[in-house]
Ligand binder design. Sequence first.
Ligand code: FMN
Length: 209
Amino acid sequence: MAQQRQYKVGTQLDKRVHQSSVIMLPPPQKDGGMPLLTALRLRRSTRDYIDRPIPLQALSDLLWAAFGINRSNGDRTAPYWRHVMVMDIYLVMEDGVWLYEPKMHQLQRCMLGDFRAATGLQEFVGIAALNLIYVAHGERMDVPPQERRLYAAADAGFIGQNVYLYCASEGLATVFRGALDYQRLGEILNLPDQAFVVFAQTVGCAKPH
Ligand SMILES: Cc1cc2nc3c(=O)[nH]c(=O)nc-3n(C[C@H](O)[C@H](O)[C@H](O)COP(=O)(O)O)c2cc1C
């Protein structure tokens, strides 16, 4: 039976990486991991975290698994509505807010500062290493505004399940989240006019029991 990987204590992002405005992620591992059915057996939501950073390689693999490019035409590991790319993934970590850029497989810094606690209404969001924020660009969706959330939510759900399965495979903890102050989080992220927060997802290391 495949075993879950345990991350070593104290694995940190390099300080120079932290302070830069772009993090070039290491190439993602696109093979290996746990058998799919084992990962499905282990998939669950976790709400008890410790404040331990996610190693850079795991962050790279996680983002690729979530919504990275898996084909030469630029398509992704998750399906998306009408082949229109509306979804951005923001990363809210202790050192700031970052935007995932799948084409370059890099993170672009958006903000300095620790905004983790503002990403949800549950205490653990301020403790876990990472909160992914799924943001949709409504202006790219040629349907009435009231329908946009529906399709964007489907996009986010597929990405969220990829994250769940990656985390199950790699011994990380996660929970998909809808309990958050959407308006406030959108303001904090300084989103453009018609962009909106769809859901969030916490990722980190589970508190040992
Ligand atoms: C759309 C959606 C929104 C959710 N919002 C939250 C949330 O805000 N906070 C939370 O702790 N869990 C949230 N969850 C996780 C569910 O509570 C969880 O998946 C469910 O209880 C089943 O548990 P499991 O994931 O461990 O199987 C959400 C799940 C979904 C699909």
